[in-house]
Design a protein around this ligand. Structure first.
Ligand SMILES: *Cc1c(COP(=O)(O)O)cnc(C)c1O
Length: 345
């Protein structure tokens, strides 16, 4: 482990070089926009509300996975892979963005969908084939079986003389959000009052863990709020810890203990679980559309937006302390979610 030198505490910018030494394939024009939520500022009568638009990227409709793909494709190209494999559901943002990014990098792409080969699921994964990926539907199996099927497909490709790379290493992918924390910090420093709170979806962990690690490298400028959209608190914490500690091991950087980080878990918007709307998440989709002209969808961003509004309105984020929600993308899924709305047709 790298220790703080005798000259004093470690310097964030030189530690950042350690991350930047990993090979990275350029997919994201940074910084992504940091915008004021002026409609909500007016409607709620409080200044200092911001959104970071990680849904606005040039490739494949953008989203958080593109920051991870910079590192995954960097690794794939270093290994001289000629095809990338990725697994996920029919509407998976990871699958769509892998297909799009692979086409930019000149790599083939094979997607293993744990979904039925039904007309509805084929339609949901249409953009993947538009981006030139091959899609295989292995039925509605769990994460473990899906992973095994993907490894088997990679072995089969090797026997045929291909060089496959399986996308999805959580620790490597998380490095994208270590960089995003530095990026947001730099943007924040340009504001009259720098950001104090950052609100992010709590899900599988890489995005959150990377951001938290980057925030720690910077000396914790941000209070980080995670709105769980997928797991109960204990599981979310475990997932984040695993990736967070993995980043330390991989990079040799030590940032102190996760349980001492300024980190807040918000479980009140999980409702029926992953992808199941709540009245508040539907209200948040409508409020963001009608107050800001910004689209968010049911699975990841609606509950995060609902949590953000909840914190702002109910005092979880005190007035006078600027706050930013990170829009992680996923908007393409909205087009297959119309039937999930209760108050709109
Ligand atoms: C995958 C995803 C998330 C969650 O990111 P994790 O790193 O898996 O926690 C959030 N928002 C969108 C739109 C996503 O696609």
């Amino acid at each position: 482990m790298k220790q703080a030198s005798l000259a004093g505490p470690s310097d964030p910018m030189s530690d950042l070089q350690t991350i930047l030494r990993e090979p990275r394939y350029d997919l994201v024009t940074s910084p992504t926009p940091l915008r004021r939520l002026s409609g909500f500022e007016r409607a709620l009568g409080r200044p200092g509300l911001f959104i970071k638009r990680d849904d606005l990227m040039e490739i494949g409709l953008g989203g958080n996975k593109l920051r991870s793909l910079e590192f995954w494709l960097g690794a794939a190209l270093r290994e001289r892979a000629d095809i990338v494999l990725v697994a996920g559901g029919a509407t998976s943002n990871l699958c769509r963005l892998t297909a799009a990014a692979a086409s930019v990098a000149g790599l083939d792409c094979l997607i293993v969908h744990n979904a039925e080969d039904s007309p509805a699921d084929r339609e949901r994964s249409f953009l993947n084939r538009l981006f030139g990926a091959e899609t295989r539907f292995i039925g509605p199996v769990g994460e473990e079986e899906r992973g095994a099927a993907t490894k088997a497909a990679a072995e089969e490709l090797k026997r045929k003389g291909r060089a496959p790379y399986i996308v999805g290493d959580a620790v490597l992918g998380a490095l994208g959000y270590v960089l995003a924390a530095f990026e947001l910090h730099e943007q924040s420093q340009r504001e009259a009052t720098p950001l104090r709170h950052v609100v992010l979806a709590g899900s599988m962990g890489p995005t959150e863990a990377g951001f938290i690690f980057g925030n720690a490298m910077l000396g914790h400028p941000f209070q980080v709020h995670l709105v769980s959209v997928e797991y109960e608190k204990a599981e979310l914490e475990d997932r984040i810890r695993l990736v967070h500690d993995g980043i330390g091991q991989r990079t040799g950087l030590s940032v102190g203990r996760l349980d001492q980080a300024p980190l807040h878990y918000h479980m009140g918007h999980l409702g029926g679980g992953w992808g199941v709307p709540t009245p508040e998440s539907e209200a948040a989709i409508i409020a963001f559309a009608r107050t800001e002209g910004i689209l968010v969808e049911h699975v990841y961003t609606a509950k995060t937006c609902a949590g953000f509004l909840d914190l702002v309105v109910n005092g979880g984020i005190p007035p006078g302390e600027p706050a930013c929600i990170i829009h992680t993308g996923g908007t393409a899924a909205l087009f297959s979610q119309r039937e999930q709305f209760r108050t709109l047709s």
